[in-house]
Design a protein around this ligand. Sequence first.
Ligand code: B12
Ligand code: SF4
Length: 472
Amino acid sequence: MDYISVNKENMTPTQKKLKVVFADPPFGRESKGEAVTESPNLGILYIIGYAKPRLPNIEFYYLEPFLSMEEHVEKVREIKPDVYAISFTTPRRDLSFETIAKVKELRLDMLMVAGGAHPTIDPQDVLKNTPIEICIVGEGEETTAELLKKIQAKQPVTDVVGTVNLQKNNGVRPLLKDIDFFPAWDMIDFENYDIAVSKKKRMAYLLPIRGCPNYCTYCSNPVWKLEKPWVRQRSPKNIAEEINYLYGRGIREIYLRSDTFNVDIKWCLEVCIEIEKLHLKGMTFQCNLRADKLNDELSQKLSDIHVWLVHIGLESANDRVLKGIGKNATQADNIRTLELLKKYGIKVYGFLMLYNAWEANGKLEHETPQEVNNTLEFARKCLSENLIEYISWSITNPIIGSKLHDIAKKFDIAAYNVKIGNCMRLPDVSEQQMVEHVKQGMILQLLNGIQKGMITKKNKRAAQKAAKILNM
Ligand code: B12
Ligand code: SF4
């Protein structure tokens, strides 16, 4: 393929603005209040934020995740873009493929590209099974800007580094060195987004760091693991500027959504100090922390800037399992961190998994029913002692892009259970036992959610889904 499907007649860079539609898959109006519509797609907004000042002759559009399929397709028909660029994760593959097919049926003269977690981890799947012509793998800012520049200049787009097409894999592009810029927040009406747990209504996500230094076996984070360094931090000043901007837009709660805020305690303290200097009245925060890197000083600072909720992947109450899945944190770290946060009045959203598996010395190892009981018991105790405020209980899914996916393939244990979804078939653990444990944790999660006022209208659908599992 050395053609460009963008072939508008008489188009020159000066005469006509290129129209580029970025799209999330359409989850439908009824998805409001679910995880998929908590935040606009930060990947897309970052690409537009980066490209807009560099490519002034391009009009960018964003088809947001809460649109219905009909609305999504209709908008593409109205806009008639030169480029249609969709972003999706693996669990949304089927919906995205359906969307791409429907958009293709419009028979518009446009280039169709895809990016994000799934096209990064499995571009061939996308290229072979959809009319997408180019997949952008990994970080998208520079690659997309170069691709669009080439389209504007009517040059071939087959050899752009960081892209894959059916004929050619152009390799991975080095990561951006400077990540001190903002997503295109000006395209967003925050009224359209809402998260299940927040103190304030006007809420936004913010990314202080890209990547994560760890490599837990079950985690699928392909975009940030293609190239080193695995972690890049923004400057504390730039983060504070973005917070100040969002405050000006009426945002009163920010979730620092990077995988781990406390990768580097010194830097993390500097960020908190810059935030403090802003003196933003009524602003609160949430963040993601790792349990192995928290001390008294940082806990105090987090509390000073009004971090009220911290999300932690505790995963399991068993050191054997934590070691096996490469968590690099022990049960003692988990407990110490929970106690430290309680001391400073910061609440915890604890994420727990059950029936994890890993490989050791060429053999398959997995969490046993007794170990799952330990985790359940630990969760109950932490909830009753107010060490944890909310829990999330999920069966381990060997998602593509994770080490566990390869392990599940090697030992042929990937499975699907109609009651609990994607999971694994583990030797010596019956399906019935697994379902039973899923139910027990779900009941705990639901009852606690109701008690804490979490089962509101916003996440009613999630509660209904959980109730369906419990009825099986
Ligand atoms: C914030 C977040 C969300 C937010 C916002 C979504 C978003 N994309 O920003 C919300 C809550 C909505 C969300 C929801 C979900 N998420 Co999420 N999310 C994240 C998280 C923590 C950060 C994303 C991030 O940093 N964005 C910042 C930008 C800079 O990075 P990026 O999104 O990867 O985008 C870059 C590139 O991927 C690329 N790119 C992205 N899209 C596109 C599109 C085009 C056309 C191009 C050219 C390039 C391109 O360029 C971008 C800029 O460099 C990641 C974990 C992680 N660290 O990546 C998980 C992650 C992406 N989510 C994941 C999942 C599974 C989900 C859900 C399915 C969860 C659920 N059960 O519902 C949903 C699906 C949402 C969807 N639209 O499909 C998985 C995906 C795994 C996989 N193999 O697919 C991840 C990797 C978490 C994990 N470790 O497993 N998520
Ligand atoms: S689970 Fe969290 S800590 Fe582990 S690799 Fe993924 S993002 Fe990093």
